[in-house]
Write a protein that binds this ligand. Structure first.
Ligand SMILES: Nc1ncnc2c1ncn2[C@@H]1O[C@H](COP(=O)(O)OP(=O)(O)OP(=O)(O)O)[C@@H](O)[C@H]1O
Ligand SMILES: [Mg+2]
Length: 349
């Protein structure tokens, strides 16, 4: 059963320099109990897309196109009051800056209980009992409810934030880089915890991360975004064996736990596109080792390449060749040289 379906969602920010197209024509669907991993480099639109689901975009941002169907209801069309009612209860977000979101002047317990009372008809006593329960679920002792944020470690604070997201058994949890600020051991513990909890409440999850190896362990489906668009979308198991898009292949090289032992880590040369500028061709062409004139002129459609597997490249049929070549450092070194030469040319013109 489908829980969430995004249909052709585009999102813009108004800025002094013009309209910034942060997300363009993104569609996906998420089944009940399923997890979706959203990956891509910084600035590719992950947080923007996630926040748009529960309409938490910054004031200068707006959904300019599309539908966001949650249990069949279009969230884009709901009134502010209606969407507020859904937050936490139906859709809970652990946001990227969550650790700073705890109020320093109240105990964590008070903040948790306040949240429960604001969204339910529970008495304070019952809310307290629920707070104790969710703290236990995330591995925090009851006495921690009396702690102020500054009395907790980063890992504890993050657990408390996750507890808050879980209090009302939401159908959908959106976790935006939930562990990035933590050290690796704690990161892993917390991820495992999120997975278990998601199962326990039979919830669905959207997990945002720039580390694609995290997705391989946690999500059924992966979406790779770049420059506000979906580059590739696939069942996770298929993806990690058979990436098709050159951008996915580039990301793969950059993450240690995905590359086989002995393989060299190679980052993709260059930087993501400026989203204030309209682009004619493929968003990734400037950094793509395989780009040609067609790629510079025409935007490739997101086309099926297998069961539930889509890739937005003109040359999806060359995937075997891409997979081979993208493993070689010289493939990406050539891109670096090309970018440098173009820079010199532009600078000299
Ligand atoms: N309030 C805003 N006003 C203008 N531009 C914004 C605003 N918020 C985000 N952007 C821009 O929108 C684009 C997408 O940003 P977003 O934060 O969604 O990316 P992200 O993939 O979550 O990146 P990160 O991995 O760094 O969190 C970026 O170009 C960013 O600069
Ligand atoms: Mg983000």
């Amino acid at each position: 059963m489908t829980l969430l379906e995004a249909k052709n969602i585009s999102i813009e920010y108004k800025t002094e320099a013009g309209v910034l197209r942060a997300v363009e024509d993104v569609s996906f669907s998420l089944a009940v109990g399923e997890s979706l991993g959203l990956v891509g480099e910084s600035g590719c639109g992950k947080t923007t897309l996630a926040k748009s689901i529960i309409r938490l975009l910054a004031k200068n941002g707006r959904i300019s196109q599309g539908q966001m169907l949650f249990k069949g209801q279009d969230l884009v069309k709901l009134s502010d009051e209606e969407i507020r009612k859904l937050r936490l209860k139906e859709i809970a977000m652990v946001s990227q800056s969550a650790m700073n979101a705890l109020n320093p002047v109240y105990t964590v317990g008070d903040q948790l209980i306040e949240g429960i009372c604001a969204h339910t008809t529970l008495s304070r006593k019952a809310a307290h009992a629920r707070a104790v329960e969710v703290f236990k679920m995330v591995g925090l002792e009851e006495k921690r409810l009396r702690s102020y944020p500054h009395q907790m470690s980063g890992g504890m604070k993050q657990r408390a934030i996750i507890a808050m997201a879980l209090t009302l058994d939401p159908a959908l949890i959106i976790a935006d880089e939930p562990t990035t600020a933590l050290d690796v051991v704690v990161q892993d513990q917390i991820l495992q915890q999120i997975i278990q909890l998601k199962k326990a409440i039979n919830g669905s999850m959207i997990l945002i991360t720039h580390d694609i190896s995290v997705v391989s362990e946690t999500c059924e489906t992966i979406i790779v975004m770049y420059g506000g668009k979906i580059m590739e979308q696939a069942p996770t198991k298929v993806f990690f064996k058979q990436q098709v898009h050159p951008y996915s292949l580039g990301l793969n090289n950059a993450f240690p736990s995905i590359t086989e032992i002995g393989e060299q880590l190679i980052s993709i040369p260059g930087a993501p596109p400026n989203l204030l500028e309209q682009q004619a061709g493929c968003r990734f062409q400037a950094r793509c080792p395989f780009a040609d004139d067609t790629c510079r002129k025409e935007q490739p459609p997101l086309a099926p390449v297998g069961e539930g597997h889509l890739s937005a490249c003109h040359y999806n049929y060359k995937a075997d060749y891409f997979r081979q070549e993208s493993k070689k450092p010289q493939t990406w070194q050539a891109v670096a040289r090309r970018i440098e030469a173009e820079g010199i040319q532009k600078g000299g013109a």
